[in-house]
Design a protein around this ligand. Sequence first.
Ligand code: GLU
Ligand code: MG
Length: 451
Amino acid sequence: MGSKRDEPERLEAARLAAHLQPRLQEQGVRRVTITWVNHAGSTLVKVVPLERLAAVARDGVGFSPVSDAWRVDGVPDPAHPQAVPDGDLRLVPDLRALLPIESESGWAWAPADRWCRDGSLYPLDQRGFCHRMQTRLKAAGVEVTMGFEIEWVVASPEADRSPAPAIAGGPYGADRLVNGFDYVAALSACLDAAGLPWLQIHPEYGPGQFELSLAAADPLTAADRQIVARLLIQRITHRFGWQAMFDPLPDPAQVGNGGHLHLSVHRQGAPLLEGGDGAAGLPSAGEGLIGSLLHHLPALLAISCPLAISYDRLKPGCWSAPFQAWGVENREAALRLIPAAADGAPAHLEMKVADLSANPYLVCGSVLALIEEALGQPRPLPAPVVGDPSLMPTPPERLPASLEVASEAFASCRPLASAMGERLHHSLVATQHAECRRADTIKEASHGDRL
Ligand code: GLU
Ligand code: MG
């Protein structure tokens, strides 16, 4: 991905659109929904008719840069540097990622990158950041594969703060699956029709909770897949008259929803998480990599757990893994190493301290930036935790217990600041401060209610 969309690149995009258009038309597609995800993690959208696809692929479609000043409730934060009425950006759909979604009713989907009107790079674009990091690592011979898990609660529509689970049945229960057979069948058919590869779906631990694991891919594709999968889950759930709640903690009395990230790393073709003679079979570069990721986790948390309520999900005993620790197959460790298995699955890491309020492009881009940092500056690996870290005589450090603390770590995290560039980094700090203010206001109001 270059720093300018020049004329040949624009013409190439238009040619690809012209090539795709008749095939999409044949499949029944009539319009394309183009999404991008703002700093607050909200997926935003514009829709264009299929006939305009070539023009839009060449020149993009306009939108104000203000969306990054919006808080998660859609209200612009007046103190945010992006909270201005000026300027315009071009949303350019990435046609290589286009998928038909519900083509029987005429829909296709594509994720967008945002460019300045003069064709120069828009430094705050989150997907562009992820793409740049992926290209940079690949050029250095580092290949990273990622895949997201998505957890959500299927709730009756009247659900407000405490969701009423719409499908009864126990944790991981076959009874819940059978009660929801039609729902899960409709969802998997919809994923298949869109060509979205998935690994498994199951009822999760919490009441009415389900999980979908998406197949691993390059980081940009993994983030794209997370976005479109959530749209499809939302669509199918709505069709059944229910709502899909992806919130980090829909009900404070239950476990939360994670958006765990699985990742594996190869350098010059060699895997970095297996085949060595260090701890758990790690090569020394893999030990240094996990050591460094652990070191920077507090800063990463501001990106991967970006709401104030995200920190209420991070409780011991809920497999949300709030300790700055790693472990082999340990579900209470923030970084869980899953060694290579007899089924040929490669060794990989699961980062459990991520939820679905996060912008997945920022999560993947930031993890790539920290992998780059880790390979240049490996750090010593502590011993893996075995058993429940909260019961250890000297438990490992707790990760930040609030967004304020994570945001301070993020603000002073040099590798993230330099990979993102000053403007994106600074703008994200402003978003974190806006979220802290929003949460404080809600807390004060609910305190007032009790008086
Ligand atoms: N629901 C848990 C979370 O909040 C994760 C359960 C699991 O390990 O899949 O992260
Ligand atoms: Mg799960």
